[in-house]
Design a protein around this ligand. Structure first.
Ligand code: SF4
Ligand code: SF4
Length: 432
């Protein structure tokens, strides 16, 4: 008798059970009727086992090592950069963890980043290069985006590497001209823009540097993006606090409706966390929400027909934080080389500078390896002993482990709700 692999994640519902194969990311939802038929009908049982065998659901020799090798090899194909193009932001959000300095990137730093890139591309056989433009507000450094994009696209084409880019922007400066420039000129295919609910709650949390609200301008710019008929995907992010929980629901029932049926727009909900205070004063803040707030809003949005693919990014063996990927580098506006974009001011997250030395040993030590104990865990091929190096090292591994387990379980529920499984298996019904 063949035994199911321990790396098949399972989740029961009233009507059946989801099987997610974390060895190859295949999934199927099996109805209760079919599970009954498997118990009682030998022919159905054989068909069912053949199906599971075809998609490698049974235990195989060295399945853990083989999957991890596949994941690592896939990660090695892509060179990833996050680049902070400007030291300032035109917003002062009530949960921001950054400290601002009104400086743009110098031409010397841009040139040194290009040199660093050429060296990396010459040393390894990358198939892809992906750049995430970040800030402060990256569009304050549009000139740097232009200069570096042109250089990166040229070097990539000389080296036979596929180039792509994305941008995390507050959306305030994203007018029609810039949208066309980014998409058509600089290969930006993905946008992340945060909207924190309806006008009232958004303006309460996402405040312009001059104290005014930013909602109507951002909404106008997102509509401009939508009307452009260009190819892109836009991740609308909602940072959930206690204050805006209900307002996000109001947004989904009002202004959000116009993006519901446009598949280029995807909706993501995240709880505001203890990300640090940056330069904010202590009482300039929002209240942390209930732990399940983002999960509840994801369910709410899926039921309302929104495109909420969060589970697809987590329920996969390729799940990892970019800060834990060996070919990911963050460059701040002065050319300091880092990797995490949250622990921006931590010395452990500084590995050198494009103007000086790069500490390879420290960079290698930063990345997590898989604990042998974790191999027994059904989540191991997704979690891989945690994905967050700073949390892992600050003796919070037990907390991180519990968080990951809960996160995976909750996302399996969203995965089912969103019908993201590859196959739906049911008994054959007689035609009437
Ligand atoms: S959260 Fe983003 S948009 Fe808001 S102040 Fe910080 S960097 Fe600017
Ligand atoms: S850290 Fe926890 S959830 Fe992750 S693989 Fe290890 S035991 Fe499993």
């Amino acid at each position: 008798m063949q035994i199911l692999s321990p790396y098949i994640l399972r989740k029961k519902t009233e009507t059946g059970e989801l099987f997610f194969n974390s060895k190859n990311n295949h999934s199927c939802f099996i109805t209760n009727d079919l599970l009954d038929a498997v118990e009682n009908d030998l022919v159905v049982k054989r068909q069912y086992e053949n199906y599971l065998s075809k998609y490698n659901y049974f235990q195989e020799e060295n399945e853990f090592e083989k999957t991890i090798d596949y994941v690592r090899n896939t990660e090695m194909e892509t060179l990833e950069f996050t680049i902070l193009t400007h030291g300032d932001c035109n917003f002062r959000c009530k949960y921001c963890y950054e400290k601002f300095e009104n400086i743009k990137m110098s031409e010397e730093t841009e040139a040194a980043i290009v040199e660093f890139t050429e060296k990396l591309l010459a040393e390894s056989m990358f198939k892809y290069m992906h750049v995430s433009w970040f800030g402060g507000e990256p569009l304050l450094g549009l000139k740097t985006i232009k200069n570096l994009s042109e250089k990166f696209m040229t070097i990539c084409s000389q080296n036979g590497v596929d180039y792509s880019a994305s941008i995390t922007t507050n959306g305030y400066l994203l007018n029609e001209r810039i949208i066309h420039q980014l998409i058509l000129g600089y290969s930006v295919s993905s946008f992340q823009i945060t909207l924190d609910g309806d006008e009232e709650s958004h303006n309460f949390q996402r405040v312009l540097h001059n104290g005014k609200g930013s909602y109507s301008k951002i909404l106008e710019n997102i509509r401009c993006l939508q009307n452009s008929n260009l190819n892109f995907c836009c991740n609308l992010r909602f940072n959930i606090s206690k204050e805006n929980f209900n307002n996000v629901k109001i947004f989904l029932g009002s202004d959000g409706e116009s993006f519901k049926h446009d598949k280029r727009f995807r909706f993501y909900f995240y709880n505001v966390g203890s990300w640090g205070c940056g330069e904010r004063s202590r009482n300039y803040k929002v209240t942390l929400p209930d732990p399940d707030a983002s999960f509840e809003l994801s369910k709410f949005a899926i039921k309302k027909g929104y495109n909420v693919p969060a589970a697809r990014g987590i329920i996969t063996n390729l799940f990892n934080c970019y800060a834990n990927r060996k070919n990911h580098y963050t460059f701040n506006v002065k050319g300091v080389i880092q990797t995490c974009t949250v622990a921006l001011y931590s010395n452990s997250n500084i590995f050198g500078s494009v103007h000086g030395k790069f500490n390879h040993e420290k960079f290698d030590r930063w990345h997590l390896t898989i604990d042998s104990e974790c191999q027994k865990c059904p989540n191991a091929l997704i979690c891989k002993s945690g994905f967050c190096p700073p949390k892992h090292r600050s003796n919070k591994q037990r907390t991180l482990c519990n968080q990951v387990k809960k996160k995976i379980d909750k996302n399996l529920e969203l995965f089912i709700l969103n019908k993201e499984y590859c196959d739906y298996l049911d008994v054959k019904r007689e035609e009437v």
